[in-house]
Design a protein around this ligand. Structure first.
Ligand code: ATP
Length: 297
């Protein structure tokens, strides 16, 4: 019997990037021996619903879109606990996750890679009862009203810019938090934090080096509230040079974190609003996602 594949794409992602490639992508899948079910997402959460619907009916799920679509697919597949392999054709604007896994930038090359590739077991993040593919973050512009965009583009560059522009240190919102990991407890006032499984976030290289996407460990970056202009300059300098040579920036690896704040804190998960909990438990689900990737990975 012919193998079955469902292709779920966001027609709006990356300004409708799929438009010029859809026919050729389907052709590549057919040549790869798959009968193809095609679903264009109609609204937010549609990719999530489609994944849940098709997970046990197909041999492969391929999705195309930006971070939001990827997040929905990873969430859907994790929730149903399916082992069905996933292929991803990036169509967003920054594609940190895809770049971290050295996926081809060209959509047709990505489609061919999915056909020829092998299973790569990639880590996934659990955030309380939700799932994220590569970034959970709080603070700064993730705190502004969720009516506005949760754009992750150049997130740390943006942070440096906001700090430079802040007229008074007290204008920068901070959160008193207790962060517990397997290696200890950190308690401080933080203006920004991110828990990632990615070599870059918002196109900005991760401050933590030697990122491995299937080691069961997150890269964690926490930025302390500066207490004076000198400290502020120190943080900005480190962010702009993409180095962590400062006691005001914690960067480390962790498998599991519990973060307790004194107040509700708004989080973003892969660039989508993730709720405003006071207590967050984040756990690395080691190698939980079966990704189809180039064999050389
Ligand atoms: N037909 C649709 N109309 C409106 N929104 C949609 C539709 N289909 C999907 N969405 C939603 O659009 C949001 C953004 O999608 P996605 O991340 O795929 O693209 P993008 O924003 O262009 O990518 P990037 O963030 O990488 O630039 C997601 O939350 C997704 O659920």
């Amino acid at each position: 019997m012919e193998k079955k594949l469902v292709f779920i794409f966001n027609p709006k992602a990356g300004k409708g990037k799929i438009k010029t490639s859809l026919m050729e992508i389907v052709d590549i899948f057919n040549k790869g021996g798959y009968e193809v079910i095609i679903r264009a997402t109609q609204a937010p959460r549609d990719a999530y619903e489609q994944v849940k619907k098709y997970a046990d009916q197909v041999d492969l799920i391929v999705c195309s879109g930006g971070d939001g679509t990827l997040d929905e697919v990873v969430t859907g597949i994790t929730e149903v606990g399916s082992n069905v392999p996933i292929g991803y054709i990036p169509a967003g604007s920054t594609n940190d996750f895809a770049n971290s896994l050295f996926m081809p930038k060209n959509m047709l090359d990505a489609a061919s890679m999915i056909m020829d590739g092998e299973i790569y077991k990639c880590d996934v993040g659990r955030f309380n009862h939700q799932t994220f593919a590569y970034v959970a973050a709080f603070g700064l512009f993730t705190d502004v009203s969720y009516e506005t965009s949760q754009d992750l583009k150049n997130i740390l560059g943006h942070l440096a810019y906001v700090l430079e522009g802040a007229k008074r240190l007290l204008d920068i919102k901070s959160y008193h938090m207790k962060v517990v990991t397997e290696s200890g407890v950190i308690e401080d006032n933080f203006i920004y934090g991110m828990v990632t499984n990615s070599r870059s976030v918002g196109g900005f290289k991760n401050l933590t080096k030697d990122v491995v996407m299937n080691d069961g460990l997150f890269e964690v970056t926490l930025i302390v509230q500066p207490k004076n202009p000198l400290e502020m300059q120190e943080i900005i300098r480190n962010l702009l040079s993409m180095e962590d040579n400062s006691d005001l920036i914690y960067s480390f690896k962790a498998r599991k974190l519990t973060i307790e704040a004194d107040e509700a804190v708004a989080w973003t998960l892969d660039g989508e609003y993730g709720g405003s909990p006071e207590v967050v438990e984040i756990e690395n689900l080691k190698q939980a996602l079966n990704l189809r990737l180039r064999s050389a990975q």
